[in-house]
Design a protein around this ligand. Structure first.
Ligand SMILES: *[C@@H]1O[C@H](CO)[C@@H](O)[C@H](O)[C@H]1NC(C)=O
Ligand SMILES: *[C@@H]1O[C@H](CO)[C@@H](O)[C@H](O)[C@H]1NC(C)=O
Ligand SMILES: *[C@@H]1O[C@H](CO)[C@@H](O)[C@H](O)[C@H]1NC(C)=O
Ligand SMILES: *[C@@H]1O[C@H](CO)[C@@H](O)[C@H](O)[C@H]1NC(C)=O
Ligand SMILES: *[C@@H]1O[C@H](CO)[C@@H](O)[C@H](O)[C@H]1NC(C)=O
Ligand SMILES: *[C@@H]1O[C@H](CO)[C@@H](O)[C@H](O)[C@H]1NC(C)=O
Length: 569
């Protein structure tokens, strides 16, 4: 019997091994009754402070108490409501936990690293069979987690704990590992509380620098590498790009810019990638889709081996928060995922939501002509007033605190792209005044070294950011530019230049676009892939990776282009 002083919780498994449920006894105050439910962040996010939408853990606990015992005790035991006692304890306030075995069906993941903490994720599904159909929704599942500083998982864990999950949240678990050291790599796993030898795969994660760490000391003085992804459509191809990112680059953090899943069905049968279910509408649909996407071997490997920082596009809020290791930024705002990471004085990574949050009317294909007439209205916003003010403050604050680079992770292409008179009104080209306000803020505030990251377009684009008032801007030398945009192609979604377009044909289109669009330096539309950003105080290097084929699971890829941005230039 072990006693957890901090929680005043005592475990009592030994005498109950024949049961499929065991008793978890709380000797402490009743106030601690929901501690293990509350530690699993998927219950509180995204609806904390909105109990009418959320998972009220007090209510869940009460339900566990009410129904749990009835499933393992003969009815006669309850004739006089005389609850079983054990080691002399009073169990009248004790729920049962599942002890019939767990399956960590989707390995592990981690995300949103800070200097002293990181989120750890897993999914712990009760093992069931015909004779043991598993717990109904009234029984919680208990997992423990342990964090170590070496892959041998030896010594005392630097952080550990237990948390409950249940049917209510699709058996997902998201806990915050705390008390960690900055810029440090960690190994972690989850286990079944009732059977510690039943463990998840071991995951690898890391923390980032303290915001005040001098730029040259960030990441222990070594380059820091971000791998940047967008647009992974299961039925269109295998997610090899994630695998190449994890196996073949030295990426420290994976950044995802949206379209992590797609709502549509398509037809992936030809490559063995038919999606389950239907066009997404309900929480069940979203969970099923995330569940299926997260079986791709490259995606599983990438989640297991590095922390991710993601912003969404098409995912229902609750399922997204359940399945993704993202932090909930504002307790009373389920939709707010715009947030900032200060990685020492080397950089700020500012993640925006240019998709959902307070975004004014967009082009949804039947209204293109109308949106064209309003695209330049000054009162149109891509992110809403709150987020826009926060974004501008984040940029100014980053400059003020002396960070070398400002990296803005957001979903859609920023630079104007004139495609023979057509503009993508679903990108910043549909919100021109908002784009101008961003450039104005950078230009007026003399905020330099800003790097905008974008996805969404299913093609690669590299552009200078230049303010129109600065007539000294020279697209050949880059003189006068105030930043750079790196827009990346899709992990697997079809090229916007035409499905399966061949490199030679795509390059012809690119040549025309680069000639017509002054700020555009490079364009490539054939290959699926991703890019990395390798960052130090002097340079930021973007390396574009192209996948040879996404119609099978493989790690064949090559570097298609490399760009270096020099500090101050
Ligand atoms: C565990 O889950 C995986 C993934 O869903 C499945 O392939 C496997 O059969 C499950 N194992 C057991 C013992 O149920
Ligand atoms: C937005 O600006 C346009 C053009 O200036 C104007 O016609 C429109 O009424 C404005 N809309 C709102 C809601 O203020
Ligand atoms: C877009 O490009 C076309 C030529 O392809 C040109 O006629 C047109 O003026 C351009 N529009 C803008 C706003 O630059
Ligand atoms: C750019 O020039 C215009 C016209 O001279 C001026 O109104 C505007 O304030 C300038 N913008 C910035 C950011 O300096
Ligand atoms: C991948 O494509 C590149 C460029 O065409 C080629 O050089 C390389 O040999 C290909 N790799 C494989 C494994 O086919
Ligand atoms: C990536 O690594 C894997 C396994 O280490 C290897 O098989 C594959 O050829 C590598 N791919 C590239 C593009 O280097």
């Amino acid at each position: 019997m072990r006693t957890y002083k901090a929680l005043a919780v005592c475990w009592s498994f030994a005498a109950l091994t024949s049961m499929k449920l065991v008793i978890l006894a709380f000797f402490g105050a009743v106030a601690s009754a929901t501690t293990l439910l509350d530690r699993n962040l998927v219950y509180i996010s995204p609806f904390h402070d909105h109990p009418q939408f959320g998972r009220d853990t007090r209510e869940l606990h009460a339900r566990h108490l009410r129904n749990g015992r009835r499933q393992v005790q003969a009815a006669s035991a309850f004739d006089d409501e005389h609850y079983p006692t054990f080691y002399g304890g009073d169990f009248s306030n004790s729920p049962f936990v599942w002890n019939g075995g767990l399956n960590f069906t989707h390995s592990v993941a981690s995300g949103d690293p800070f200097d002293t903490s990181v989120l750890l994720w897993t999914r712990a599904v009760p093992l069931t069979n015909e004779t043991s159909p598993g717990p109904d929704q009234s029984v919680p599942v208990c997992v423990s987690y342990k964090v170590f500083t070496s892959p041998s998982l030896s010594g005392k864990p630097v952080n550990s704990g237990e948390a409950f999950t249940s049917y209510d949240v699709d058996f997902t678990v998201k806990v915050e590992a705390t008390g960690l050291k900055a810029d440090t790599k960690y190994w972690y796993f989850f286990a079944d509380c009732t059977n510690p030898s039943s463990v998840s795969p071991t995951g690898v994660t890391r923390t980032i620098s303290h915001p005040d760490t001098p730029a040259h000391l960030v990441n222990g003085g070594k380059d820091l590498t971000l791998a940047v992804f967008s647009c992974s459509q299961y039925q269109r191809g295998y997610f090899n790009a994630y695998g190449v990112g994890a196996h073949n680059t030295s990426a420290d953090i994976f950044v995802h810019l949206g379209d992590y899943i797609y709502e549509s069905l398509g037809n992936g049968a030809g490559i063995g990638r038919q999606v389950l279910g239907r066009e997404l509408a309900t929480i069940h649909d979203y969970r099923q889709r995330l569940n299926q996407y997260r079986t791709d071997v490259s995606l599983v490997f990438a989640h297991q081996n590095a922390p991710w920082i993601a912003v969404w596009k098409l995912a229902a809020v609750r399922a997204y928060h359940e399945w993704m290791p993202v932090r909930q930024v504002a307790a009373d705002d389920k939709l707010r995922i715009w947030r900032n990471f200060q990685i020492g004085k080397l950089l700020d990574l500012t993640m925006l939501d240019t998709r959902q949050y307070d975004r004014d009317l967009t082009d949804v294909y039947y209204n293109t002509d109308y949106v064209n007439t309003i695209a330049a209205y000054p009162n149109r916003s891509l992110m809403g007033l709150d987020q826009e003010n926060w974004f501008f403050n984040s940029l100014s604050e980053s400059k003020y605190r002396g960070a070398v680079w400002r990296i803005v992770g957001q979903q859609i292409v920023f630079t104007q792209l004139n495609e023979s008179g057509h503009f993508d009104l679903d990108a910043w080209d549909g919100y021109r005044a908002n784009r101008q306000r961003v450039l104005d803020h950078l230009y007026r505030g003399r905020i330099d070294n800003t790097i905008v990251l974008s996805g969404d377009s299913h093609a690669n684009w590299v552009s200078d950011l230049a303010h129109p008032n600065d007539t000294s801007y020279d697209p050949v030398t880059g003189h006068g530019a105030i930043g750079v945009e790196f827009a990346g192609t899709a992990v697997s979604s079809s090229s916007s230049f035409g499905t399966n377009i061949q490199p030679a044909a795509a390059d012809k289109i690119s040549d025309v676009l680069v000639a017509v669009n002054r700020n555009l330096q490079w364009s490539e539309g054939s290959y699926r892939g991703f890019y990395t950003l390798t960052i130090n105080p002097n340079t930021l290097t973007a390396t574009y990776w192209a996948m040879n084929s996404t119609s099978s699971a493989n790690l064949d890829a090559f570097v298609s282009a490399k760009f270096v941005v020099k500090n101050g230039q």
